[in-house]
Write a protein that binds this ligand. Structure first.
Ligand code: PLP
Length: 439
């Protein structure tokens, strides 16, 4: 039975087995819950690989291979995913010394690592330089000077990109907009800051300015803002060439490709994106007399989002007549802070009753001491009781990576499932893990 057809969810190709249990990666999710305990993050490895391949083959098709797909590892970082992405021939973007350290400890090739972040510390910049990361993406003048000084004292040149705010409003939730002028990320284009940054970087003997970067936001379904951004960025490249006489040869257009969280969300449009944006790049470079730059994109959520789900056990069902029904689970904002942060939506299914109709409207509450600790409000699920297993779908991005130890609850394990086999890639945190740094 195909789950997608059954409930008309376009989320993923989850299916059910003869017991009516939800399958992921060919494994019975209820058995996985028994085996690993709950909460637990489970990924369908094959879906991650398929997404990687769709992006890399599209890069080959539209840019003749003159570009690279970087997995934005803030979406989900652990050694297991870095190893997988390496096998798929992609690069990565990291935003902290911790992500960099994790990637290097998974033997990720340093030259394919792009180091982002709006306030990289001197220590992180030193580490990036020492480890020979491919590019450091500079966010502000202080950082530019900081890296210059570090490079001088290390006697080592650094290849850098500048993060630009192209001023594009992709019409998203305030918290995930990063391309406008009112953003903490990058050099503003409109104010002349971006041009000035290019001039300052070019004067440095130790910084090798190779290109520009931008990222206009997240969960964008429309291709138009990306096309517009590509045009603006090439315009800036042309202005820089005119002003300084130097042509930059790398353009990193960031990530932000929308994924379906709900059955009503549109389908992933990145194939259209690649075709449309590459067309803009080709025509605009020709118009502006520029060479086609080496192109990079940084999908995060689009690689791992729909591949993952979180399994929980129901602890109680509290019906408040005329108000709502709370279904309390053994996780919550500690493993998935996205609803409490910005009202993110998810589909929820009872994994052991997945073949039954979803005729209960309930609020899924967590186990943390905050009234705002909710995973979803007024969502449709099957009628559930204590001991049932809930699956929250599409939690592959920004869940594990945003998890905390609030209330001193250990973070859940991560499991990769593939063709009926399952592998533990991150262990559940133990009580000992929780006190290991306490003196
Ligand atoms: C610089 C940069 N690149 C890529 C991404 C990935 O975005 P998404 O996961 O929405 O594709 C982000 C997300 O915040 C980002 O800041």
């Amino acid at each position: 039975m195909n789950w997608g057809n059954r409930l008309m969810l376009n989320l993923n190709d989850f299916s059910l087995n003869e017991k009516g249990h939800l399958l992921i990666g060919g494994c019975d999710s209820v058995e996985l819950a028994k085996h690993y305990g709950t909460p637990a993050y489970v990924y369908d490895e094959n879906i991650i690989r398929r997404s990687c391949r769709a992006f890399t083959s599209s890069m080959r098709e539209h840019y003749d291979g003159k570009g690279m797909v970087l997995y934005a590892s803030k979406a989900f970082a652990c050694k297991g995913i870095y190893r997988l992405v390496k096998e798929e021939g992609m690069g990565i973007d990291v935003v902290s010394g911790g992500e960099l350290y994790t990637a290097l400890s998974a033997d990720f090739p340093a030259e394919k690592i792009y180091f982002h972040g709006n306030n990289k510390t001197a220590k992180e910049l030193e580490m990036a330089l020492k480890e020979n990361v491919g590019r450091i993406v500079l966010d502000n003048f202080e950082e530019l000077k900081r890296l210059d000084k570090i490079a001088i004292s290390a006697k080592k040149r650094a290849k850098v990109l500048l993060r630009i705010k192209p001023g594009v409003d992709a019409g998203l939730h305030e918290f995930v907009k990063t391309g406008q002028i009112d953003s903490k990320f990058g050099f503003a284009l409109e104010t002349g800051e971006a041009m000035q940054a290019a001039q300052v970087a070019m004067k440095s003997k130790m910084l090798d300015l190779v290109g520009l970067h931008c990222h206009i936001g997240s969960q964008i379904f429309d291709v138009a803002p990306f096309e517009y951004t590509a045009k603006i960025m090439l315009g800036l490249m042309a202005d820089i060439k005119e002003e300084t006489g130097r042509e930059l040869n790398e353009l990193n257009l960031g990530g932000g490709f929308g994924i379906p969280y709900l059955s009503t969300d549109p389908k992933h449009p990145f194939e259209n994106y690649m075709a449309a944006v590459s067309k803009v790049l080709k025509s605009e470079t020709a118009r502006l007399g520029l060479k086609m730059p080496y192109v990079l994109i940084e999908p995060g959520r689009a690689i791992v989002g729909t591949a993952g789900l979180t399994l929980y056990t129901v602890g109680s069902v509290k019906n408040i007549p005329g108000v709502r029904t709370y279904v309390a689970v053994d996780g919550g904002m500690g493993d998935n802070p996205r609803y409490s942060l910005y009202g993110a939506h998810y589909e929820v299914i009872c994994a052991n009753k997945a073949d039954r109709p979803r005729d209960l409207v309930a609020t899924i509450a967590g186990r943390y001491c905050e009234s705002g600790d909710l995973i979803q409000e007024n969502t449709r699920i099957q009628k559930v009781q204590e001991g049932d297993i809930l699956a929250v779908l599409s939690t592959g991005a920004y869940n594990y990576s945003m998890a905390s130890n609030y209330n001193r609850v250990g973070r859940p394990p991560v499991i990769f499932a593939n063709q009926g086999q399952h592998t533990l890639v991150v262990k559940r945190e133990s009580y000992d893990d929780l006190i290991k740094n306490d003196i």
